[in-house]
Design a protein around this ligand. Structure first.
Ligand SMILES: [Zn+2]
Length: 89
C-alpha cells in the first residue's frame, strides 16, 4: 500500500513538471515576435501588435508612436506626411 501511494505521488509530480515545461515552451503556431513579447513580460501575455501607417511594420502596442488616430514604428515616420510613404526610420 505504501508503494502504491508513492507511485501515485511520483506520477502526479511528473504530470505537474510536464505541464510546466509545456507552458514554458514557445506555443505551437505562435509567431516569434509574440512569444518574444511574452518572454519579456511573463504573466501579461503577448501584447497587441499594431501596424505602422507609413511602412507597414508590425510592432507591440506599447512601442508605437501615435499621431492622431494613426500609429507609427518610429518618430521619423510619425513626423512624415502620409503622402511620403515608408522609408528608413
Ligand atoms: Zn514605419
Amino acid at each position: 500500500m505504501k508503494y502504491l501511494l508513492a507511485g501515485v505521488i511520483v506520477v502526479a509530480l511528473l504530470a505537474i513538471l510536464r505541464a510546466k515545461r509545456r507552458r514554458a515552451a514557445p506555443g505551437a503556431g505562435a509567431s516569434a515576435p509574440a512569444s518574444a513579447a511574452a518572454a519579456q513580460r511573463p504573466g501579461e501575455g503577448p501584447s497587441r501588435m499594431l501596424q505602422c501607417a507609413a511602412c507597414g511594420v508590425h510592432l507591440p502596442m506599447d512601442e508605437v508612436f501615435r499621431r492622431g488616430d494613426e500609429v507609427f514604428c518610429c518618430d521619423a515616420h510619425a513626423r512624415r506626411p502620409p503622402s511620403a510613404g515608408g522609408g528608413s526610420c
